[in-house]
Design a protein around this ligand. Structure first.
Ligand SMILES: [Zn+2]
Ligand SMILES: [Zn+2]
Length: 102
């Protein structure tokens, strides 16, 4: 195995491991169009590349864009997932106590 490269060639690995099908829209990709198929990291961590491929998903460029757009939306906070309304003062243990009692 050649060493010394900062980035592992996970794309190559993923393409070896996984069928050339977009996980979202189920389109199949022949070798000639493989560059439209991209490797998505399921947990969003591009450094998390287990050799069994458990953190990879093959997505076409369109679905991949969609996928990340959704994540960004969630981050931006559509609101209402219970993280609102922190107490006026910063008292982490007070919050913890409330959680435990619930
Ligand atoms: Zn797709
Ligand atoms: Zn991705």
């Amino acid at each position: 195995m050649p060493r010394g490269k900062p980035h592992s060639p996970y794309r190559e690995q993923a393409l070896k491991l996984l069928p050339w099908i977009c996980t979202r829209c189920a389109r199949e990709f022949p070798a000639s169009r493989l560059r439209e198929l991209t490797v998505h990291h399921v947990d969003g961590d591009h450094d998390n590349n287990p050799p069994d491929g458990s953190n990879w998903e093959l997505l076409c460029i369109y679905c991949h864009e969609n996928e990340h757009a959704r994540v960004e939306d969630a981050k931006a906070g559509g609101g209402g997932d219970g993280k609102e309304a922190p107490p006026a003062t910063h008292r982490p243990f007070a919050g913890l106590g409330r959680k435990l009692r619930k």
